[in-house]
Design a protein around this ligand. Structure first.
Ligand SMILES: [Zn+2]
Length: 304
């Protein structure tokens, strides 16, 4: 479609939408959180525009191009390609405004790619633009069709279940604990990951984790070197807090330095497909919590 110039593409839906948007200046309902490709496919055109607007800063900050992008040269190239394909753009040349956004979403829809209004490598390829985008995660479908991806599972229930099958322990130094060695022998195994690194993890999720981590890394391009699994300690190394799920070998921290606790700025956020795939395998992401823990995943044992 888009590799031929001058092909007739219907942009009717967005002309109508534009009229409506001009009539009623509605507030955005999107927080700027990333939605899955499937969720976007279910949105109305109007909702897509709102979503894309709410995500524009994130899109631009990740090296891609959307509303308000200051790179006038690239925006102009995008506008020209969209106009060549039939879009009527009334934003000034070089200004990524409302009509450029609507035309971008229309083009993404037409070519069957992610309709996020963010010009990244997929859209650059679809529009045959003469520059490169930041490498983007490939589209993923988990082969088995068994992926029960939920943005956040039942964290509280998971905690209860993990801790109810718990061990005896004694307090160690600085928030550490000493676990009953018999429990340790019966429940925790050492496995080698595809990276060559050996980790200690709960027997029940060892194989699953290795598989999930390999797939998430390979598909998303995010390959954290630091993978911290079982550490016998209290939450946040604070003896007044409960024992951490890390003690049970049921939680994993990836590259703590670049994914710091309590902040929503983790490097991992640049690789949403990594998070999606881990989620698909049943690992809940700490970045979804009200106090974000971007480095952290823990297994949703309610799925076992
Ligand atoms: Zn953690």
């Amino acid at each position: 479609m888009w590799d031929k110039k001058g092909e007739d593409i219907s942009f009717n839906w967005f002309y109508k939408l534009k009229e409506r948007l001009l009539e009623e200046q509605q507030e955005t309902e999107f927080s700027g959180e990333r939605e899955s490709t499937e969720a976007l496919a279910a949105l109305s055109d109007e909702e897509l525009v709102k979503y894309a607007s709410a995500r524009a800063n994130k899109c631009n900050s990740m090296g891609n191009i959307s509303v308000g992008n200051p790179d006038k040269e690239k925006v102009e190239i995008i506008q020209k390609a969209l106009a060549d394909a039939g879009a009527n753009i009334t934003d000034p040349a070089g200004t990524f405004g409302a009509t450029t956004l609507m035309a971008t979403i229309a083009a993404q829809k037409q070519t069957g790619i992610r309709t996020d209004g963010c010009v990244g490598s997929e859209t650059i390829e679809a529009l045959k633009l003469p520059f490169k985008g930041r490498p983007q995660p490939k589209n993923v479908s988990i082969g088995t069709g068994k992926c029960r991806y939920k943005k956040s599972g039942n964290t509280r229930r998971t905690r209860e279940l993990i801790q109810s099958s718990g061990f005896d322990y004694t307090e160690g130094r600085k928030g550490r604990i000493k676990i009953d060695p018999q429990w340790q022998r019966e429940n925790v195994v050492r496995i080698k990951l595809h990276t060559g690194k050996t980790i200690r993890i709960h027997r029940q999720i060892a194989t699953l984790f290795a598989k999930a981590f390999k797939e998430a890394s390979e598909v998303s391009g995010y390959a954290p070197r630091s993978v911290q699994t079982q550490v016998a300690r209290h939450i946040l190394w604070d003896p007044s807090k409960p024992v951490s799920n890390h003690s049970y070998g049921m939680a994993i921290d990836f590259n703590p330095r670049e994914n710091p606790y309590g902040m929503d700025t983790g490097k991992i956020r640049e690789y949403p497909e990594f998070i999606n795939i881990m989620n698909c395998y049943g690992f809940l992401w700490g970045g979804d919590w009200s106090t974000p823990d971007d480095m952290h995943f823990e297994f949703d044992v309610t799925r076992l």
